[in-house]
Design a protein around this ligand. Structure first.
Ligand code: TPP
Ligand code: MG
Length: 607
């Protein structure tokens, strides 16, 4: 056997660079790195030597670097991913939140935190967490519950099994998620005689599992037995590249489609069978169809509470059929499962259904919805004293959007409003991280999206709260010359949580900055802050000025930031659905007692 002598870190990087997707691209498109004593000597040396085959990028925070990596993979429909390496201790635990984000959203990312010395010689090293009762524990054990595959590399040759497992998980549509290879720092630097064949190019095909014959027959029967079926399209439709197949399926069988946050843009917004967004942040049209449906046919959806209205929307006794590549999702809430790739499953179902058709919904439902939605997004009459609403901001961004625009967001007021109001034209034009809804995903995520699809115009919608939580990859976008447009809606605090607090009978408390414990009122200058990092930044005093700024953004060479003050209180009243948020059973506040009563009634209705 021919062998080659390399350090474990050099071998890992060489292996990673040899793994391809079915389009012949390297599956891992680059590695984000912040070095420390846990990775600079080992992985750092290997990355430098391999810099022509695997690009290294440096960000400003391990979590947000991982956000960029994860957004990259999401935007490319999991066809490619990125890796992130950190030092031991704080650098590693900074990535744990991002690991959870990837885990919830079923997105691939390869995390390689440094770890303590396997030989324990210098214990405790700087930043080592010491467990008094377990010698095998390190800070990296935090990754276990939020990794689809976790391994600790304590001997070089463990990579011979760990790395193929890592790529199997990241490229498996059912198991897809974050992989953590915690890499002991002394092992990174240790040499080993590797079989040369380990570094042969390998292609990881997207597996498209076919359904079990009996499950398929049962699913066909379930659809045939329905008179008012509805399709709930989730993120799996995108990841299986099944948007065109879904459209054909819906058209042939006249079944209306509603979209989850991850599923949105599967069908164009103006397709007659796209009834719009479903659930808590859904349209009146989609939710009306769901309320009346006798079969809820989920395709590639996790059925999270925002989709199901905490299951109140689907409360009547009805059948749930779930086409999903992952049995865990396919059997939720007693769903009848059809375990298969979405594209393959829909095609086989359609064959089996033949010319069977449901009754298409009346067009009036959609027309009514858009009348309501358009009313809240149109430009307001000029009023010097009033702040615009977030909905009006969406209207301005929508009017400035082009065919190739992708709008993105993760947390705050905007995800719900965008779900309701954004008119997504084509697959991939709407990128919402609403599995973990992680504040701080936005700017780094925008960077990752633009790296994935440089020809797209990327518009990042971010609230002042999320911006404050994590903004430093804006400087990375500046230094890398990556052009993104960032719209900061400054309502001076956590607007959506303030409204949720009021909605559950709470006093306005600790959400808007004016309601926090403070001595000096807050006057954060977001324009100056963004400009200090090198972005082209300006303030829009009105929706008209926002439209002007968005037109200017086109000519910008790098990141372009526009800040607009918005009103923290209004939201789109039309549409929406109940969301289960537990209200205190006893309280001195009258408002809480009233909210509790309403809550108990809603719970009764659900059951
Ligand atoms: C990391 C993280 N912490 C806390 C939350 C809970 N949370 C959701 S939205 C939100 C406030 C967001 O404020 P901002 O970005 O200004 O948006 P707004 O609602 O004001 O439009 C909070 C605290 C979260 N989603 N993510
Ligand atoms: Mg805010």
């Amino acid at each position: 056997m021919k062998t080659v002598r390399l350090t474990a870190a050099q071998a890992a990087i060489r292996y990673i660079a040899a793994q391809k997707n079915e389009d012949g691209e390297t599956f891992i498109a680059g590695m984000w790195a912040i070095f420390g004593h846990g990775n600079v000597a080992g992985i750092g040396e290997a990355l430098h030597a391999a810099r022509d085959t695997l690009t290294t990028y440096r960000g400003h925070n391990e979590q947000s670097m991982a956000h960029a990596a994860i957004a990259y993979a999401k935007q490319l429909g999991r066809r490619r991913a990125m890796a992130v390496t950190s030092s031991i201790g704080p650098g590693a635990t900074n990535m744990v939140t991002a690991a959870a984000l990837a885990h919830v959203n079923r997105l691939p990312v390869l995390l390689m935190p440094g770890d303590v010395f396997a030989n324990r010689g210098p214990d405790p090293v700087l930043q080592q967490v010491e467990d008094f009762g377990d010698g095998t524990v390190s800070a990296n054990d935090c990754f276990r519950p939020v990794s689809r595959y976790f391994d600790r590399i304590t001997r070089p040759e463990q990579l011979l099994t760990a790395l193929p497992r890592a790529f199997r998980v990241m490229t498996d549509p059912a198991d897809c998620g974050p992989v953590t290879l915690a890499f002991c720092q002394d092992v990174q630097a240790e040499a080993y005689d590797w079989p040369e064949s380990f570094f042969d190019e390998r292609i990881w095909r997207r597996r498209r599992p076919r359904p079990d014959e009996n499950e398929l027959a049962d699913a066909i029967e379930a659809i045939r037995a329905a008179s008012r079926p509805v399709i709930v399209a989730g993120g799996g439709v995108h990841y299986a590249d099944a948007c065109a197949t879904l459209k054909a399926f819906a058209e042939k069988h006249a079944i209306p489609v509603v979209e989850t946050q991850a599923g949105k843009s599967a069908l164009p917004w103006d397709h007659p069978l796209n009834l719009g967004p479903v659930g808590v942040t859904g349209s009146a049209s989609a939710n009306a169809i769901c309320e009346e449906a006798d079969l809820v046919f989920g395709v590639g959806t996790r059925f999270q509470d925002f989709t199901t209205g905490s299951w109140a929307l689907f409360r009547k006794k009805r059948r749930i059929l779930a086409l999903n590549v992952q049995p865990h999702d396919g059997t939720k809430h007693d769903a009848q499962a059809l375990i298969a790739d979405a594209d393959v499953g829909l095609k086989l179902l359609s064959e089996g259904l033949g010319s069977w058709k449901a009754e298409a919904p009346a067009p009036a439902l959609k027309e009514d919805w858009f009348r309501a939605a358009d009313a809240v997004t149109e430009a307001p009459a000029v009023d010097e004293n009033a702040h615009p609403t977030d909905m009006q901001v969406i209207g301005a961004v929508q009017r400035a959007a082009r065919e190739n625009t992708v709008v993105m967001c993760a947390a705050g007021t905007m995800p719900g409003e965008l779900h309701k109001l954004w008119k997504a034209g084509r697959p991939g034009s709407y990128h919402m991280e609403y599995g973990y809804s992680c504040m701080g995903y936005e700017i780094a995520g925008g960077l990752g999206i633009k790296m994935a699809e440089p020809d797209r115009d990327v518009v990042v919608m971010v609230g002042d709260g999320s911006y404050m939580m994590m903004n430093s990859e804006l400087a990375t976008a500046v230094s890398m010359g990556v052009k993104i447009t960032v719209v900061i809606t400054d309502n001076r605090g956590f607007g959506c949580i303030n409204r949720l607090q009021m909605g559950t009978g709470g006093a306005e408390f600790n959400n808007l900055l004016d309601h926090t414990h403070h001595v000096n009122p807050s006057h954060i200058d977001f324009v100056a802050h963004a400009a200090s990092m090198g972005a082209d930044a300006r303030k829009a005093g009105s929706i008209a000025e926002l439209e002007t700024a968005l037109a200017e953004a086109r000519a910008a060479k790098g990141p372009f930031v526009v800040v607009i003050d918005t009103d923290p209180y209004p939201t789109t009243e039309a549409g929406g659905y109940w969301w289960d948020v537990a209200v205190p059973e006893v309280s001195d506040r009258q408002e809480v007692n009233a909210a509790r009563k309403a809550y108990e009634n809603a719970l009764k209705e659900r059951t």
